[in-house]
Design a protein around this ligand. Structure first.
Ligand SMILES: [Zn+2]
Length: 146
């Protein structure tokens, strides 16, 4: 059972599907990212005739949040039309992990317009993440191998 706040976050993500620009895949995705200051930043997928330029809803939300001065997130709701509700792709898992503190996790709420809801976490979806600490430990020079 999700909290009323989680249901509100999911409702925002579901609503954002209507703003998706997905003329090629016709797979619309909406996203709502809860920042640690309580602000909710939304996103939707944006496709391009040059397919490689397509960007997922999760990354548009993170980019908008960072551009707005926010880099700490506690929950993300992702809404699709698929059943069961789709989880973020691998690229988005890595992108979200960039903003995860070492001792924290990000709650990931997956939903669809049929009312299915799944609660998981980024660390559950993405074990063995390559993060800032791993990058630093492998860099030549300070702190890492020569
Ligand atoms: Zn993605």
């Amino acid at each position: 059972m999700l909290s009323p706040d989680d249901d509100k976050l999911i409702a925002r993500a579901l609503s954002m599907r209507t703003r998706a620009y997905a003329p090629y895949s016709r797979f619309t995705v909406g996203c709502a990212l809860l920042c640690d200051d309580g602000e909710i930043v939304e996103g939707c997928n944006v496709e391009n005739a040059s397919y490689g330029l397509c960007i997922c809803a999760e990354r548009t939300a993170v980019v908008a949040a960072v551009a707005g001065g926010r880099q700490r997130f506690t929950r993300i709701a992702v809404a699709t039309g698929s059943s069961p509700p789709a989880a973020p792709c691998g690229m988005c898992r890595q992108f979200l992990a960039e903003f995860l503190d070492a001792d924290k996790d990000l709650v990931v709420l997956l939903a669809n317009d049929a009312g299915e809801k799944v609660e998981t976490t980024l660390r559950t979806l993405f074990p063995g993440v390559f993060d800032k600490a791993q990058l630093a430990s492998g860099q030549r020079g300070e702190g890492g191998p020569a």
